[in-house]
Design a protein around this ligand. Sequence first.
Ligand SMILES: C[S@@+](CC[C@H](N)C(=O)[O-])C[C@H]1O[C@@H](n2cnc3c(N)ncnc32)[C@H](O)[C@@H]1O
Length: 176
Amino acid sequence: MAAVVVAHKHAGVFISKSKEDALCTKNMVPGESVYGEKRVSVQNEDGTKVEYRVWNPFRSKLAAAVLGGVDNIWIAPGTRVLYLGAASGTTVSHVSDIVGPDGLVYAVEFSHRSGRDLVNMAKKRTNVIPIIEDARHPARYRMLVGMVDVIFSDVAQPDQRKWRSSRRISSSPRSR
Ligand SMILES: C[S@@+](CC[C@H](N)C(=O)[O-])C[C@H]1O[C@@H](n2cnc3c(N)ncnc32)[C@H](O)[C@@H]1O
């Protein structure tokens, strides 16, 4: 049976309709999974194919927020995002899909172990700029970061609210 994928209310996010609906994003790097996630291919009428990656809400708080019905994620095609707490890039890879080739994701992570996976993921995703630094010290990485539209923070630190200002969403209800 051919896969059917429809647009979600948030631009750049999609739903794959089958036995069980699944959230997905349009794969920036067709043929490649990032963390073992499923891929869904759709054939257009002109014969061209588009590939989507299933976005697991149990692996990504942003996906869980979208499934939970959050009003606005501020992240859309063409958006520039400063993402604090990138880990190995699971959610960052979907943000990369959403912002697409006209957007940018500056992904900050201070763990060198996670950072290795993040850097490898970014080699294939030209819209991801990995920054292995402590997000609490923006002076150390600000020369790498241009103007952004959105700051997304998922550093899982109790004082993360102090780190940022500007239009943002956060995975932590305490920081709102
Ligand atoms: C909950 S995990 C992030 C998961 C990731 N956002 C995702 O959805 O795939 C939190 C991450 O924040 C990183 N982190 C914590 N404090 C940090 C800091 N001061 N600077 C940069 N990264 C930090 C941790 O190393 C960890 O990888």
